[in-house]
Design a protein around this ligand. Structure first.
Ligand SMILES: [Zn+2]
Length: 495
């Protein structure tokens, strides 16, 4: 059975497309063109859509943790990243299946059909069983997942100068810290788990799930581990995703450790390529941007999270202007704590266009691609046919409600078509997402999931949450703040 999906307006490759409809057969778009052409070529096809809608390719969330419930709701206040992380382990664990099922449902309601999921284990020793559960959760929601099981092998307590940090601490806090801040699994175990996951779940044909490798962050992983991860991915034609240069202190760590910047160091060890995506990249320098563009490495930008964790402002317009593929990720930490991808696109656009006439521009068209085709390419690879309204593409589509997105005030034939990408980007939010198709299947109809009741999932999560009493805060925060302030003082005061 074929379906023609049509709308008053369409956006493709970020731009307004005049009279562009698609014909879907099975999981794919088999034809794209004028509505009258498609109805004459496929007279038997079912017709969905109409003048009440805007048709756009579905979005990809290029970096997230699939937490389901925000960290604040679970008792962890926002703070500087380093301080926030020191308390994150206090959070009650949500069973991975429920967490990713709920996260997937939230994303779908926002028009997102694919996510890069950086897994935060409930228990690191259960990684091998948690990942399949998380994959199943996304599968039941109907969201494609690029799965990143994490590994770390150094610097968990502080990025460097551990002994000096320990000297800062009162004896009673020091006594509570584990001997070493390392956690299982070790590299051999990790890659054995990864091999297994890859054999069982990696789907490079239909792109339902990808297994990728994730040395969790530059400062938390040794060179040998990063090199091994990059080789593992290249041998299998899959990707690497790492957190990188999220805070100023990570950038200072690189200079302290190697006397050069982080991206230069990655290049030295052969860890930069078009198979790599780096999340955050707030503190990237000009010559690092050039290197990223030269090597084709992608960046997942997480503006809300960077604001909430006081990390700073990534030079997104500069990166896009240099040719770095930049996609948008929510990091499970949006400004309104609601995983609204459309509002996040608006926030990225607004903040990326800075003051000063010499500042580069970031267009609305570029933004639509950063949420769509580019986010898909840096998450699932440039070969995955996602994020475009064209024949051969996977049929992941969103119909937005035109009347409510437009509002009541503007005349019938306004805005001018050329301004449509900008107009919509300024106005849309999750409430305007009416219908969402993933792989030829309508999963969201009239804003609701066709198979799963999100409120049932929420109830189950709250019932299963184990608040093991009020676990005491680590009390490391104020000491970490003092410790890293010394790093600030040693650096030049300019930002
Ligand atoms: Zn993250």
């Amino acid at each position: 059975m074929q379906t023609i999906v049509h709308a008053r307006y369409s956006l493709n490759n970020g731009a307004f497309a005049q009279d562009l409809s698609v014909c879907v057969d099975g999981e794919y778009i088999v034809d794209a063109g004028a509505y009258s052409d498609l109805t004459s070529r496929y007279p038997e096809a079912e017709r969905v859509g109409g003048d009440d809608y805007i048709l756009v390719p579905a979005f990809t969330n290029a970096h997230d943790h699939g937490r389901a419930v925000g960290t604040l709701a679970l008792g962890i206040p926002d703070d500087f990243l380093e301080l926030w992380l020191s308390d994150l382990a206090r959070m009650p664990g949500i069973p991975p299946y429920l967490a990713s099922l709920h996260s997937g449902l939230q994303l779908l309601q926002s028009g997102v059909t694919a996510v890069a999921h950086s897994h935060n284990p409930v228990s690191w020793t259960d990684l091998a069983s948690e990942i399949p559960q998380a994959i199943r959760g996304y599968a039941d929601a109907g969201v494609r997942v690029a799965m990143h099981p994490p590994i770390v092998d150094q610097n968990l307590l502080v990025y460097a100068e551990r002994e000096r940090f320990l000297d800062f601490l009162p004896a009673y806090i020091r006594a509570r810290l584990p001997e070493s801040d390392m956690i299982a699994p070790d590299a051999d175990e990790y890659f054995a788990i990864l091999d297994d996951l890859y054999d069982n779940f990696h789907d490079s044909a239909r792109h339902r799930a990808h297994i990728q490798v994730s040395p969790a962050g530059g400062q938390w992983c040794s060179d040998p581990l990063i090199i091994r991860a990059c080789q593992w991915a290249q041998e299998r034609g899959t990707r690497v995703q790492m957190h990188m240069l999220e805070t100023r202190y990570q950038s200072i760590y690189a200079r302290k450790t190697w006397g050069k910047n982080f991206i230069g160091r990655l290049d030295d060890i052969g860890a930069l390529g078009d198979w790599l995506t780096l999340a955050h990249m707030v503190w990237v320098e000009d010559d690092e941007i050039e290197l990223l563009a030269e090597r084709g490495a992608g960046v997942a930008h997480n503006i809300s999270s960077n604001l909430r964790l006081r990390s700073g402002f990534a030079p997104i317009a500069e990166m896009v202007a240099a040719g770095v593929p930049v996609g948008i990720g929510l990091d499970g930490h949006t400004l309104d704590d609601d995983q609204d991808f459309l509002r996040e696109m608006r926030l990225v656009w607004t903040i990326a266009n800075r003051s000063g006439m010499a500042s580069p521009d970031l267009s609305a068209d570029a933004l639509w691609n950063m949420g769509g085709a580019v986010a898909a390419a840096i998450s699932f690879g440039a070969d995955a046919p996602l994020g475009r309204l064209e024949a051969g593409g996977l049929a992941d589509l969103v119909l937005l409600d035109w009347a409510s997105a437009k509002g009541k005030w503007s005349p019938a034939d306004y805005p001018p078509a050329a301004l449509l990408p900008e107009f919509l980007l300024r106005r849309i939010k999750r409430d305007h997402v009416r219908h969402v198709m993933r792989g030829g299947e309508w999963l969201i109809c009239d804003g609701e999931h066709v198979n799963v009741d999100i409120e049932d999932v929420e109830r189950e999560i709250w019932e299963r949450l184990e608040f093991e009493g009020e676990e005491a805060p680590s009390q490391l925060g104020s000491y970490l703040r003092r410790f890293y302030r010394h790093w600030d003082d040693a650096e030049s005061p300019s930002e």
